[in-house]
Design a protein around this ligand. Structure first.
Ligand code: KG4
Ligand code: ZN
Length: 347
């Protein structure tokens, strides 16, 4: 089975061909980062226009790289939300047109589901597993019981984790995009120099909060005189921030692991996924924490942690194998929780 995946929900235009035998035949990603850099964040209108300009060419390139044409496909999967809706519409309309013309099943994939299932494509992880999903728009702990059966244990009550990295990087003048820049700066910093809070740590449950951490960084920066703020201080604050995030994630995961083991005694793995899972320090922290409690740790290769279409194609394969297809009037969704029953959060 060969599926074309399309991803356009944020600032990457992406197309990929994946087989049900877990082969990625092609994986094309066009980053818009240079277009958004002058604004310090993703501008939805610019993103949507850029997706529109490039998507046809990228789909053609994905087919050419894989050495196939539309007739070899068994289905089209595209991100149907959540995300910047103008961009999602571009990808979904492209997918619908291809599905209609070539008489192929259409699979509308939840972007978060793409991240959630990537470790099954790359590491063949079996259901059920515990997932820590860390991206630009989300931070959630979920039990992944089966395809389309996701149970949320907790999420952020304020900022998403990637957002916290990006905003903190801006406060520290580290450049755009912030997450990778902050990680690079932290490598040279002293993680003990400043005292930062560990929001939610020690509390019951699996929720997260990051806005207090960001505000604490703002106060430290504000207290420094202009001539005291330099690359060394910025690196030290970055290292302290990253360490605090690592502490918070391991604390929250430990509560989630207890609950997961209770509900899914047969579960064996914790998976880290989403753009922030590209962070090497956080991967190592979680790997160590999970090893201590006897679970296996999995994180997809870095290029499959950040947004891509191979993950969308794979989620499409998993859905198609279960007969979960959509019709051509599927309406894109700016918000689309993986677990509709989880409502404990402010957002
Ligand atoms: O999953 P993703 O590519 O897009 C969304 O679906 O949101 O995640 C993007 C987020 C951004 O906030 C980015 O700064 C963050 O992932 N990120 C990182 C790293 N690489 C990307 N955060 C921390 N360390 C990194 N190395
Ligand atoms: Zn993403």
């Amino acid at each position: 089975m060969l599926i074309l995946g399309i991803e356009t929900s944020c600032d990457e235009t992406a197309a990929a061909i994946v087989s049900d035998e877990r082969r990625i035949l092609s994986n094309v990603v066009l980053s818009q980062v240079d277009q958004h850099r002058p604004y310090g964040g993703v501008v939805p209108e610019i993103a949507a226009r850029s997706h529109l300009t490039h998507i046809d060419r990228l789909v053609a390139q994905a087919l050419a790289d894989a050495g196939i044409d539309f007739n070899d496909l068994d289905g089209i999967a595209a991100t149907g939300g959540p995300g910047l809706i103008g961009g999602v519409m571009v990808g979904m309309m492209t997918a619908k047109a291809i599905a209609l013309v070539h008489n192929l099943p259409l699979i509308a994939v939840n972007h978060l589901e793409g991240h959630a299932l990537t470790a099954r494509l790359t590491d063949k992880v079996d259901f059920p597993y515990l997932l820590l999903l860390v991206s630009g728009g989300h931070c959630q702990l979920l039990a992944i019981a089966d395809t389309a059966d996701y149970r949320c244990y907790g999420g952020t009550v304020d900022d998403a984790i990637g957002e916290a990295f990006d905003k903190t990087a801006t406060l520290l003048d580290l450049g755009y995009p912030g997450g990778p820049a902050l990680e690079a700066a932290a490598l040279k910093g002293d993680p003990t120099r400043f005292d930062l809070p560990r929001p939610m740590s020690g509390r019951p449950g699996c929720n997260f909060s990051f806005s207090g951490l960001k505000t604490a960084v703002r106060h430290i920066v504000a207290r420094l005189e202009d001539d005291q703020f330099d690359a060394i201080v910025a690196a030290d604050i970055a290292a302290c921030f990253q360490t605090a995030v690592g502490d918070v994630l391991t604390d929250r995961c430990s509560n989630a692991i207890t609950r997961f083991r209770d509900e899914f005694p047969e579960g064996r793995s914790l998976v880290l996924a989403g753009g922030v899972a590209a962070n090497q320090y956080l991967r190592e922290r979680l790997d160590q924490a999970v090893a201590k409690v006897g679970l296996a740790f999995h994180a997809p290769p870095i290029e499959l942690c950040t947004d891509n279409a191979a993950m969308i194609a794979w989620a499409g394969i998993e859905r198609l194998q279960r007969g979960l297809v959509d019709d051509l009037n599927f309406a894109v969704r700016p918000r689309w929780p993986l677990d509709a029953n989880f409502t404990a959060l402010a957002r």
